[in-house]
Ligand binder design. Sequence first.
Ligand SMILES: [Zn+2]
Length: 121
Amino acid sequence: MVRGVALTDDEKRAGRLFRLLAQNHLVAAFDSHPPDFRVPNFLAVYRHPCPGRQMRSTALELCEVYRLSPVDGAVPAGRFGFITREGTCRSCGQTAASRAGRLVDAYVRPPIATARVIRPS
Ligand SMILES: [Zn+2]
């Protein structure tokens, strides 16, 4: 957790609940459609022996997926982010994704420019 100003008790509770729900959602999605490779959520590039390039070691770009927290009582939507990574190889189509995300204070650690941002429905 990236820390900025101290969180209120309400924010701490909302953050814990959001992390739990987002992590459960991620695991369910991962397990129902497992990628070819499982990657840590902090990696930007994953190298794999690529069947599309005679098994040469090839970089698979991992996009940041940034899920914003929903409104929770007095805590506004988007107070927290839950970050994971996923990507598809341009040469062979194999996929990579993380099965664990990390919770961040969205005011301190907003999405990077290239992130796919998922807003609460
Ligand atoms: Zn490949």
